[in-house]
Design a protein around this ligand. Structure first.
Ligand code: A3P
Length: 317
C-alpha cells in the first residue's frame, strides 16, 4: 500500500487528473493553489477548505515542515496554559504527558476528522503547513491569529532527511540526500516550493501584522526571551511585570527546551495519529547543521535560487 495514496477517493482522483502532477523521491505530488501535496494530503486540504468551521478565537500555528513546528506548538500551549499552572507544581501540565502534536492537530489531516471539531468556548489551537492563501480559504474570513515559523531551507532539508531516514529505517547517505536536494531546487517538494510558501506568510504579515506573525527558528534560538514575549503579545496574552519578575518566561523556555521535552516519557515513546514515533521530532535543534552534509556547490546552488526567488521581498531565510 502506498501510504501517501491510501484512502484517496475516486472524487479526489478525478480532481487530481485536472492538476499538474510530478513526483519526488517519496511519492506522487499534485499542485493545488501553487503548492505541491502528496495525494492523501491534497484530499485533506480540500476537506479542510470545505468543512472546517473556524472560530474567531482560533490560533493557527503555521510552518513549512521541519522548521520548528514542535517547538512552536509546545511554546504556544505553555503560554496559554500558564495561568492554570502556577509556578513550580506543573504536575498536571499537558506538555508533561502529551507530545505537542497530540495537543495541536494539523488542519489538513484526516485524523482527527476536523469536520467533527465542534466550536468550543476556549481557544482552540491548530497547525498547518499549507500556504497562507490556501489556509485563508478554509478560515472563511474569520479573524484568527496566525503564527508562522520559518527556518533556513538548508537546515530544514537536512532535518527532513534525518526524519525520513528514521521513519523509513534507512541509512543517512548521499543517495538519500541528493534527490531530496534536487527536488528542493526544482521547487517540487511536499508543501513547496518552499519560497512561495514562506513568502505567502511574509507578505501576509506585512499586510496584516495584527493577524499574521512571522517568526524565525534562528531568532528563537538567538534571543528566546525576546521572541517568546513577542509571541505572547501577538496572541493577546502578554506577560505581566509580575510574571516576568517571577521568571515565568524562562520557565516556559525551559519546559519547552529540546532537552526537557525529549526527556519526557510522552516524547520518548508513542506515535502520532499518523504513525510517526514522537521521538523522531527531536534531534539536534541546531542552526547550520547543513554544513555537515551539503557540498559548497550544493550550498551555492540553493542559495542562488532562493536569493533570486526572494529578491525585492525584503525577506531572507
Ligand atoms: P533538527 O532535525 O535540525 O534537529 P518540526 O518540529 O517542524 O518537525 O521540526 C523539527 C526540528 O525542530 C528538528 O530539527 C528538531 O530537532 C527541532 N526541535 C524539536 N523540538 C525542539 C525544541 N523544543 N527546541 C528547538 N528545536 C526543536
Amino acid at each position: 500500500v502506498n501510504l501517501r495514496e491510501d484512502k484517496v477517493s475516486d472524487e479526489t482522483k478525478k480532481l487530481i487528473s485536472s492538476l499538474p502532477t510530478d513526483k519526488d523521491s517519496q511519492g506522487n505530488l499534485c499542485k493545488y493553489q501553487g503548492c505541491w501535496y502528496y495525494y492523501n494530503t491534497f484530499q485533506a486540504v480540500i476537506s479542510f477548505q470545505k468543512h472546517f468551521q473556524p472560530q474567531d478565537t482560533d490560533i493557527i500555528l503555521a510552518s513549512t515542515p521541519k522548521s520548528g513546528t514542535t517547538w512552536l506548538k509546545a511554546l504556544t500551549v505553555a503560554l496559554l496554559e500558564r495561568s492554570k499552572h502556577h509556578d513550580d507544581h506543573p504536575m498536571n501540565h499537558p506538555l508533561l504527558s502529551n507530545n505537542p502534536h497530540a495537543l495541536v492537530p494539523l488542519l489538513e489531516s484526516s485524523a482527527p476528522d476536523l469536520t467533527k471539531f465542534s466550536p468550543s468556548s476556549s481557544t482552540r489551537l491548530f497547525s498547518t503547513h499549507m500556504p497562507l492563501y490556501t489556509l485563508k480559504e478554509g478560515l472563511k474570513g474569520s479573524p484568527c491569529k496566525i503564527v508562522f515559523m520559518c527556518r533556513n531551507a538548508k537546515d530544514a532539508l537536512i532535518s527532513r532527511m534525518h526524519f525520513r531516514c528514521k521513519y523509513e529505517k534507512i541509512e543517512v547517505n548521499s543517495s538519500v540526500l541528493e534527490p531530496m536536494f534536487e527536488s528542493l531546487c526544482r521547487g517540487v517538494t511536499f508543501y513547496g516550493p518552499i519560497w512561495d510558501n514562506v513568502l505567502s506568510y511574509w507578505r501576509g504579515s506585512l499586510e496584516d501584522p495584527n493577524h499574521v506573525l512571522f517568526m524565525k527558528y534562528e531568532e528563537m534560538k538567538e534571543e528566546p526571551c525576546v521572541q517568546l514575549k513577542r509571541l505572547a503579545e501577538f496572541l493577546g496574552f502578554p506577560f505581566t511585570e509580575q510574571e516576568e519578575d517571577r521568571g515565568v518566561v524562562e520557565k516556559i523556555l525551559e519546559l519547552c527546551s529540546l532537552r526537557s521535552l525529549s526527556d519526557l516519557e510522552a516524547n520518548k515513546s508513542g506515535k502520532t495519529v499518523n504513525g510517526v514515533d514522537h521521538k523522531f521530532f527531536f534531534r539536534k535543534g541546531e542552526v547550520g547543521d547543513w554544513k555537515n552534509h551539503l557540498t559548497p556547490e550544493m550550498e551555492s546552488k540553493i542559495d542562488t535560487i532562493i536569493e533570486e526567488k526572494l529578491r525585492g521581498s525584503g525577506l531572507s531565510f
